[in-house]
Design a protein around this ligand. Structure first.
Ligand code: SF4
Length: 64
């Protein structure tokens, strides 16, 4: 699986970073950065959770 973020859509709420601070980060303006595009194992589970929690719908999961 691969996670992508639409940085134009992100409102900087930070839910993704709280859910997995390794996979997700925020830049100086609070806009999401994806640090690990292809998480595995428990990190992949947390990414699925983060996609559901993101209030702006900025996060997407693509399955290979
Ligand atoms: S949870 Fe969504 S809106 Fe909030 S920082 Fe992450 S991608 Fe942006």
């Amino acid at each position: 699986m691969r996670v992508t973020a639409d940085r134009n859509c992100c409102i900087g709420a930070g839910q993704c970073v709280l859910t997995d601070p390794v996979v997700f980060d925020q830049d100086a303006d609070g806009v999401v950065l994806v640090r690990v595009e292809r998480p595995t194992g428990e990190a992949a589970d947390r990414v699925g959770e983060a996609v559901g929690l993101c209030p702006s719908g900025a996060l997407r999961i693509e399955h290979d």
